[in-house]
Structures are given as C-alpha cells and as structure tokens.
Design a protein around this ligand. Structure first.
Ligand code: HEM
Length: 147
C-alpha cells in the first residue's frame, strides 16, 4: 500500500519535472525561431533591435541545449535509464543537437566579433539561423512520433 502511494507520488513528480523542462524548451523554440524571422523581416533597418535579437537568439539556443540535457537527466534520474532513441528519432535528435551546437557557437562568435561583420555577411548569418531553426522544429515532430 505504502509502496503504491510512493510510486504514484514519484510519477506525479516525474510529470511535473518533464512539464517544466518542456516549458523551457517550448519558449526556447519560440526565441530561436522568432529572432531570425524578426531580424530578417521587421528590423532590417534597425541595428539596435537586431542586436537585441541576437541576444534573444543566444538565450534561446542555450535554453534548448540546457532543456535538452534536462530531458535526458530527468529520464536518467527518474526512470534509471536514458530514453531509447533509435532510427529516424535518432537522426532527428542528432540534427537538433547539431543545430543547437552550431547556433550557440555561431551566435557567440557573432557577438564577440560583430563590429567586423559586413551587412551582407550578417544577413547570411540570420538566414542560416532561420534555416537551422526550421530544420530543428521539423526534426522535433519526427523525434516526437518516432520515439
Ligand atoms: C540540444 C538540442 C535538443 C535536444 C537534446 C532536444 C531534445 C528534445 C526531447 C528529448 C524532446 C521530447 C521528445 C518527446 O518525448 O516527445 C523534445 C521536444 C521538442 N523539441 Fe527539442 N531538443 C533540442 C533542440 C530543439 C530545438 C533547437 C528546437 C526548436 C527550434 C526544439 C523543439 C522542440 C519541440 C517543439 C518539442 C516538442 C515536440 C512535441 O512534443 O510535439 N528542440 N526535444
């Protein structure tokens, strides 16, 4: 009886932790997609807005990396094993991790060296960011349904 109650409590706790990790992940997804979309359409003439958008994008990539690790840690600590990811789901996960890694490094590099970047190069960087975020969010659907 006591064991059954403890199990229900642990499963509730697991759901709550997954929910919070997912909330961070969802807002991170909005940030990484919204920032290049806004920079390429709404704020092409406004350098100050674009600078703020780069920070938003960096925060978004960091949130995705941290919450991605959070998913793994939650299953490892609550279930005693990592999620079993194979086949199409594994391909989708690798794509997401790759985009997140390149996105974080490139955004950090841009922030450190942006004064030396031409407008054309910066424009290409935003386009690449948008491409990576569209790829990552598409991969998320495959990861969700092929897991
Ligand atoms: C280090 C990088 C990433 C890792 C490790 C990661 C991992 C995960 C995991 C494990 C899930 C839960 C899958 C499930 O059980 O359904 C998930 C869901 C999701 N991820 Fe990521 N992710 C990463 C990056 C991204 C990025 C960059 C985006 C968006 C641009 C993104 C968007 C989403 C969305 C929208 C979901 C919810 C899918 C659904 O439930 O329908 N992820 N991610």
């Amino acid at each position: 009886m006591v064991e059954a109650v403890l199990q229900i409590e642990s499963s509730r706790m697991e759901n709550l932790i997954y929910t919070w990790v997912q909330i961070v992940h969802n807002f991170g997804a909005v940030a990484v997609i919204g920032s290049p979309a806004a920079a390429l359409s709404l704020s092409r003439q406004n350098q100050i807005v674009r600078y703020k958008l780069v920070w938003l994008m960096l925060l978004g990539w960091l949130a995705q990396g941290a919450s991605g690790i959070g998913f793994a840690l939650t299953s490892y600590t609550m279930k005693g094993a990592l999620l079993e990811v194979t086949g199409i789901a594994l391909g989708a996960l690798i794509l997401k991790v790759g985009c997140t890694f390149i996105g974080t490094v490139l955004t950090g590099f841009y922030l450190a060296t942006r004064l030396r970047w031409s407008a054309a190069r910066e424009h290409r960087m935003w386009q690449l960011m948008l491409l990576m975020t569209v790829s990552a969010i598409t991969a998320a659907a495959f990861l969700r349904w092929y897991l």
